[in-house]
Design a protein around this ligand. Structure first.
Ligand code: CTP
Length: 400
């Protein structure tokens, strides 16, 4: 996948720097060469010796190392690579590039390069969520910088949330995708996500507890394997990932229309928690309290988006994947659902309140395919997404 590629790897100063060593090993196993740059802070976490031993290359550390300047100027160093990767990308390093500052070798290389830049952020959750870091991310993304991660989970500092650096295999895949060598490069995948809101009147609606986390993670994982992703999302609380085409809808009917308008695609994954019913005729004005007592809502069934697409005879996606949210007899109900809806795979999960899955950070799923049911361990949602995206890539590349 990466044979002959040359990666300039900037290792910033964070506890996640140790994972950069594993990344170097993975990249070299694939046949890529890695030219490492270690920041001053990075060298507090991993030694230049271990970095150079794994990379099999000299480590560049100092902007004013005159020998290096004579052998290979920083301009040349920044351009001889196919891709510049920053892992871990600290808040400070991101801020320096966002502001166009170049006080050291790493930031000078980032400013001087004419090659794509991929950053794997790693920092404390408060730092990641700070408005300054949010601003810097937006600026960098607008400048063309790509991101992989961060993941959510327990952090070295004892806090919990987004900020953990993506795992080395995920970074390796994102590198391949950025270089146009991803297993889903050239594929178009549609993902539905989030809840739908079904209006009762102009101010009230029927909804569900879906946060859109699993759908967003899936869209990001597919993107990171090189897919072109169309992300049709209801009003979710988790924001859509960058680098995907986002189509925002409110109701199930709008979601169906948006999906149909974007076909054909190579694969479609229906992760949305679509409301099964809508109010037959939503009131045009706010319903007022009155002597008649509470209103009685007459419901109508919503279109089943997954079943509609899975049963298409013309232009059906090559692979149609549904989710099954169940609270009991998960595998039995999901297996029946797969048959009823006509989809190829069903990702079943137990959304009983005590699992904490709906709206939570983790998911425990069983993948049901034509070959049977496969139960995965409970994993963070991004990891479930990554596994599913890899399976999807495998299925799409298999001869039919
Ligand atoms: N789905 C859909 N359109 C609907 C309802 C569901 O596309 N109107 C999709 C979901 O995105 C998911 C799958 O169908 O991929 C199963 O959703 P789920 O809520 O588990 O199933 P239901 O259709 O509601 O079936 P049941 O009421 O039996 O649980």
């Amino acid at each position: 996948m990466l044979a002959g590629r040359r990666i300039l790897l900037i290792i910033g100063g964070g506890i996640a720097a140790y994972k950069a060593l594993e990344l170097i090993r993975l990249l070299r196993t694939e046949g890529a060469s890695v030219v490492p740059v270690l920041t001053r802070a990075g060298a507090e976490f991993v030694t230049p010796l271990s970095v150079s031993a794994l990379a099999g290359e000299k480590v560049f550390q100092d902007l004013f190392d005159l020998t290096d300047e004579a052998e290979m100027g920083h301009i040349q160093l920044s351009r001889a690579a196919d891709l510049v990767v920053v892992a871990p990308a600290t808040a400070n390093l991101m801020a320096r590039l966002a502001a166009g500052l170049a006080p050291d070798l790493a930031s000078t290389l980032l400013l001087a390069t004419d090659k794509p830049v991929l950053m794997a952020p790693a920092m404390n959750v408060r730092m990641w969520e700070h408005p300054a870091t949010r601003r810097n991310c937006t600026t960098l993304a607008a400048d063309g910088v790509r991101f992989i991660g961060p993941d959510s989970g327990p952090m070295a500092c004892g806090e919990f949330g987004p900020g953990r650096m993506a795992e080395p295999p995920a970074i390796r895949d994102a590198i391949a995708a950025t270089l146009g060598d991803g297993p889903l490069t050239g594929r178009h995948v549609l993902v539905t996500s989030g809840p739908t809101h079904e209006p009762i009147d102009p101010v009230r609606y029927i909804a569900n507890r879906s946060s859109g986390a699993q759908g967003a993670a899936l869209a990001a994982a597919l993107r990171d394997l090189g897919a072109r992703v169309t992300f049709v999302t209801g009003p979710a609380t988790v924001p859509p990932p960058s680098g995907v085409e986002v189509v925002r809808v409110e109701t199930a009917a709008e979601m169906l229309e948006a999906v149909q308008a974007r076909l054909p695609v190579d694969a479609a994954v229906f992760a949305a928690a679509v409301a099964d019913w809508r109010v037959r005729s939503a009131a045009g004005q706010k319903i007022k309290k009155g002597s008649a007592g509470p209103p009685v809502l007459e419901m109508a069934e919503n279109p089943d988006i997954l079943a509609t697409v899975a049963h298409m005879t013309d232009g059906r996606p090559g692979l149609v994947v549904g989710f099954a949210a169940e609270t009991e007899h998960v595998v039995d109900h999901a297996t029946a659902k797969r048959a009823r809806k006509g989809c190829d795979w069903i990702v079943a999960n137990d959304v009983s309140a005590d699992t904490g899955i709906m709206g939570g950070a983790e998911n425990a799923v069983t993948l049901i395919t034509g070959e049977g049911a496969e139960t995965w361990p409970r994993l963070p949602k991004p990891e479930v997404a990554r596994r599913l995206a890899l399976r999807l890539a495998e299925a799409l590349s298999a001869p039919r």
